[in-house]
Design a protein around this ligand. Structure first.
Ligand SMILES: Nc1ncnc2c1ncn2[C@@H]1O[C@H](COP(=O)(O)OP(=O)(O)OP(=O)(O)O)[C@@H](O)[C@H]1O
Length: 292
């Protein structure tokens, strides 16, 4: 698959804060990426660097194989930020009219359909929209742009569960018909696990994990049962968290377990269950999610 965006040894500091540390990643065409990380992990900084809104202190950023110099930004990118800088006095339809010419693949039929689906009055002024409605304006522009690379920074802030489901459904349907690269940073981890194909976890400016969603799903398990049996079966496995309840241990494992190993565990009266991405993220990054 073609690489559409790439960073090589990118560093970005804000005075003493090392926001992005020596980061090298490749984003491929026609893939949906989820960008995860705790507050302050460097997600927004990375997105700003990829989109030319910020320039690295050192390292290189390439779009479609070409190095981006200071001030360059790719026409192929649509970047929707969480802090909407839209003109407050403008009506929704004026904002769409303003955005459309920037994007070669903009689809007005789709934009109008999105207005209907998200129940937005095109003649309402942006400043009079609720927080969630403001987010839907960004979402609509991001989707209708059909940009080869669409980047959303926390697109779902303020959206209720119904609207968020609507977004995931529309995104997946449209992506199936018009494949492109979509990179989305979010804290709604379980929700996006249904949508993303690859997951990137940032921790203090570095990549902690970059893997296929399916691989993560297939490698993350809870194994529970009598403590000594759990301990013996997991001796050589990557246990990322353990909980002890009397004589019972519940272990969170991030490792491949073969069908044979699962069968053997079950024969020893252990239970082996899948783990949600949220749980995996918590255990993998935070050493437990007891404070959720
Ligand atoms: N303009 C700035 N000036 C100084 N420090 C900054 C600036 N922007 C970000 N930082 C710092 O850089 C680090 C990374 O911030 P960034 O906003 O990229 O994280 P994030 O992962 O997007 O966080 P969140 O999930 O809370 O939005 C943090 O320590 C933050 O305090």
């Amino acid at each position: 698959m073609q690489t559409v965006l790439e960073t090589k040894n990118v560093i970005k500091n804000y005075r003493k804060t090392k926001a992005v540390r020596n980061l090298s990643i490749k984003l491929e065409e026609n893939t949906i990426y989820g960008l995860l990380g705790r507050n302050g992990a460097g997600k927004t900084t990375l997105l700003n660097l990829l989109t030319g809104h910020k320039f690295p202190d050192s390292g290189e950023i390439k779009g479609f194989g070409k190095t981006l110099n200071k001030g360059d930004s790719l026409q192929e990118i649509c970047y929707i930020k969480d802090n909407h800088q839209f003109f407050e006095e403008s009506k929704v339809i004026q904002l769409l009219n303003f955005a459309a010419p920037f994007y070669e693949h903009w689809d007005w039929n789709f934009a109008n359909e999105l207005l209907r689906q998200f129940e937005l009055d095109p003649n309402k002024k942006f400043k009079k929209l609720s927080r969630g409605m403001k987010s839907t304006v960004g979402i609509m522009i991001g989707l209708a742009s059909r940009a080869p690379i669409t980047i959303f920074d926390e697109p779902l802030l303020g959206l209720d569960a119904v609207m968020r489901e609507k977004f995931y459904d529309i995104l997946l349907k449209d992506y199936a018909e018009h494949p492109r690269t979509i990179l989305m940073s979010t804290h709604l981890i379980d929700e996006i696990s249904k949508v993303v194909e690859k997951v990137m976890i940032l921790e203090t400016g570095s990549i902690k994990l970059f893997d296929d969603m399916d691989t993560i799903r297939n490698k993350s398990y809870f194994v529970s049962g009598k403590s000594d049996v759990v301990e013996s079966i997991l001796k050589h496995k990557n246990v990322i968290h353990k909980d002890q309840h009397g004589k019972i241990t519940i272990a969170a494992v991030f490792n491949t377990m073969s069908k044979q190993e699962i069968m053997e565990a079950e024969e020893l009266e252990l239970s082996v269950e899948g783990m949600s991405l949220q749980k995996f993220f918590s255990y993998y990054c935070m050493g437990g999610d007891k404070h959720e």
